[in-house]
Design a protein around this ligand. Structure first.
Ligand code: UDP
Length: 341
């Protein structure tokens, strides 16, 4: 396809930065808008280093309409990939209004700017969390949404408002991608996941235990109705997710309106599967202890990834061993994350 100018909101974050590399390596121009509330500008320096091309970046909040207008005026944006959002489930329960304001308000502000500047293509970052306490394995896109926390609700509300916009504005093409559990890092070790503070998610936590920054992993419950009693998730390599976004861009013009796809592998792994795979990757045991369940957690979430495979011929390629190997390489080379970079 011919190269596009792609506006990537949240482009300095974990999935955003890996997607920027993938887009640059495929000849697209990338313009990032990020407020760095949960990301380091250093990530973009590394994106440019890996891709061998600069990234144009703006520090701005999406709800700042004049800042957005300036970006759209300065660049001939062909399509937008919208990652920028808050994403911590526990925090969303504490400060729900902030989550609605940033995640939903950010999306409507972006849509309004897109409309004002004649941009009609959007890839939206959604989440498997919208399925809630799933009653079925694996999950297809037509299974009902039942969010159990404000974070998941904001993603579901955004999907619904995007679907409605598509019904009202026939020129719009929107792809919402529901990621399962993105983990791993760029294989070169320069780019990875570097959450601020204590990691909420298991993979960065495991990596920090392995590198000696934390004592042991707490395994949140071993009394779930799963083979070993620990929670089962569909972990997907962040490079597969990045490639999925590049593919999505190439398929935005297939049809107008809203389409929704799961991005997962279809393979479920338990917490203990992950701990064991990580120990193999880093060559040392990773200490853990079983503690109580985490509020709001569900037993099992696994994607049925067949719809996107049928539509685009795209599937995730990297297995759990590669995910752990790459996450470990990033952690080992960057024990303090981007801070020392
Ligand atoms: N988990 C865990 N210890 C941790 C973090 C997570 O045992 O310190 C478990 C969690 O209960 C779930 C799985 O690991 O079964 C994935 O959790 P994560 O927060 O990474 O992603 P989520 O599926 O909640 O989006």
């Amino acid at each position: 396809m011919s190269p596009m100018t792609v506006l990537v909101t949240g482009g300095a974050g974990f999935i955003g930065s890996h997607t920027c590399v993938e887009l640059l390596e495929h000849g697209h121009e990338v313009v990032v808008v990020d407020d760095h509330s949960n990301s380091a500008p250093e990530a973009l320096e590394r994106v440019a280093k890996i891709a061998g091309r600069p990234v144009t970046a703006y520090r701005a909040d999406l709800r700042d309409r004049s800042a957005l207008d300036a970006v759209f005026k300065a660049h001939p944006v062909d399509a937008v990939i919208h990652f920028a959002a808050k994403k911590a489930v526990g925090e969303s329960v504490e400060i729900p209004v902030t989550y609605y304001d940033i995640n939903v308000g950010g999306t409507t502000a972006l849509l309004s700017a897109m409309q004002a500047h004649g941009v009609h293509r959007l890839v939206f970052s959604s989440s498997c969390s919208i399925y809630g306490d799933a009653t079925k394995v694996p999950l297809t896109e037509t299974d009902p949404a039942a969010p159990t926390n404000p974070y998941a609700s904001t993603k579901w509300i955004c999907e619904q408002l995007l679907a409605d916009m598509c019904r009202r504005l026939p020129e719009l093409s929107v792809l919402a991608l529901r990621y399962f559990n993105p983990v791993g890092a760029h294989p070169c070790g320069l780019l990875g996941e570097d959450p601020r503070g204590i990691p909420n998610n298991i993979m960065p936590y495991l990596a920090q235990v392995a590198v000696g920054r934390r004592e042991r992993l707490s395994v949140f419950g071993d009394d779930y109705p799963t083979p070993d009693g620990t929670g089962v998730r569909d972990y997907i390599h962040v490079m597969d997710v990045a490639e999925g976004h590049r593919c999505a861009l190439e398929h935005l013009d297939d049809e107008k309106g809203m389409r929704v796809f799961n991005l997962g592998t279809g393979v479920g792994s338990s917490v203990l599967d992950l701990v064991n795979a990580f120990a193999r990757a880093c060559g040392r045991p990773v200490p853990y202890e079983v503690t109580g369940r985490r509020a709001g957690d569900v037993a099992e979430l696994v994607a049925d990834p067949r719809a996107v495979a049928a539509a685009w011929g795209w599937t995730a390629k990297r297995d759990l061993g590669v995910m752990c190997r790459d996450a470990w390489r990033f952690q080992e080379l960057n024990p303090s994350g981007y801070a020392a970079g």
